[in-house]
Design a protein around this ligand. Sequence first.
Ligand SMILES: [Zn+2]
Length: 226
Amino acid sequence: MLYEKPGDTLYRVSQTDVRQAFPPLRNSLETIAGAARLANLASAVTADGDAVPRVFHALLEGFRAIQGSEDPSLTAALYELEILRFAGYLPHLDRCNVCQGRASGGAWFFSSRAGGTVCTACVKREPARCPAVSPACLAFFRQVLRMDPARLPRLKASASLRNELREVIELYVDNVAGRRLPRTHALLGEGRVSARLGRAGEMVAAEPATVYKRTNSAGHPVGTAG
Ligand SMILES: [Zn+2]
């Protein structure tokens, strides 16, 4: 039960019921951290009191997808894009977002400020760091933006590709959210296990380095299983 008073920005919540608990999300640090990032992002892109059903729907679909995924952190990153899509912040990857050129001398960079790819000439004038995006990453990224979200949990990528993609998505999400959101794998790969709750419920999670066996020697996306 939520009580709202006209002119008052604070609501009073007197009762809640759990409609769906998503118990498998608690099975690992990776699923917990992925779900926390989605929830943080959904909160960051919606204004208080504004329901935005499509963003909420994408959040729930993301929770379901993470708990059924073989690669929860990749699935979480891809569903961050789904939340951005419905919040109206989908990145543009078909051209340079500054000069609108379609050629870039073979190299492309990602500018969070510009909202997508920028060419080698324009990247020099960007005020903030713009990571280079490999052709494989760009192709994978474009495929993700075009595909049916229901297929996202089955999407697989090599370790290098998923790291590249996650860096770009995390930088962009920070820009859209207007603050640095906690990283899913801030300490991953350091070989120790820890999880703690920080300020304001921020979660920092780490697991031992995971061995991914889906690596494709060419570094290309392995594609979908269906
Ligand atoms: Zn340009």
